[in-house]
Design a protein around this ligand. Sequence first.
Ligand code: PLP
Length: 218
Amino acid sequence: MTNMQKSLLDSGLRTPDSGPRTSPCLDTVRQTIRQMHGYIPGEQPQDKRYIKLNSNENPYPPSPHVMAALQQAIGEDLRLYPDPVANRLRDQVAARYGLSRERILVGNGSDDLLTMLLRTFVGQGDRVAFPAPTYSLYDILVSMQEGEVVRVPFPTDFSLPAQLAEVEAKLTFLCHPHAPSGILPPLRQVEALAQKVRGMPERRKDPCDPCSPEYSTA
Ligand SMILES: Cc1ncc(COP(=O)(O)O)c(C=O)c1O
């Protein structure tokens, strides 16, 4: 046995018959996670000749105001932690929408907010409903929480499926505008559905995931 073979055996990466083996660390990974398949992103051309609309890339440059604000933010303060609860931003958003600061949650993009929601509200066996097909991350996040996914098929015209209201789900997701169709049901329809959805006892939880409104049909 060569030294290399011996060290691979010692590290647990090879079995004595020299066949490849998964790392022993994997034995400690939660069963639920081990059963999941790795995420396969869509095609990722490297030559910068394409705008990946499917990844929310924008064919237009950022607003000059955004560029100026970013440039201004790059300074010595980068060595400091930002306000962890983003109070200044929450106050401004709250003032814009006539809400109190406590009603505003800030995250690193929608995926972060979705993760927070799932972690907070969904445990083993809890139901999460959404119309299907839709954003694939909903399935993944529910599986990670060991919750139960309830997919309610869209009618062929992609109007909101009324059956969503019949699922006794703890959380109901609605992608608005809908991905991948881009259809944007009127807010009064969303509101009517939200009124009917039975969620948690005290307050209904029916988050709208407003990703990519720029690409919607309405
Ligand atoms: C419906 C939907 N929600 C959320 C996201 C993620 O958005 P973010 O980049 O803000 O995390 C995407 C990204 O494609 C999406 O399609």
